[in-house]
Design a protein around this ligand. Structure first.
Ligand SMILES: [Zn+2]
Length: 77
């Protein structure tokens, strides 16, 4: 009966190869409201970051997830 939900709480799709990454490589708390997740794709080695926001009026995890900003792969050396 249990059907896998398309939404996942912490995972993300790789911005380069769409590989599903289950958990962030690193998470930093920038301030009270801003969290930065650093992702490292094991498939294509891409690194990128996302900034989930937690609006005060968010009623559900779904709303929070819909407001996630995802940035392109980092090119830094
Ligand atoms: Zn990837």
């Amino acid at each position: 009966m249990a059907k896998r939900l398309p939404m996942f709480m912490f995972g993300i799709l790789c911005v380069r190869c769409q590989h599903e990454i289950i958990a962030p490589h690193e998470t930093e708390l920038l301030d009270d409201k801003v969290i930065r997740h650093l992702w490292h794709c094991p498939n294509c080695k891409a690194r990128f970051e996302s900034f989930p926001r937690f609006p005060k009026n968010a009623k559900s995890v779904r709303e929070v997830m819909m407001s996630v900003d995802v940035f392109p792969p980092l090119n830094g050396t």
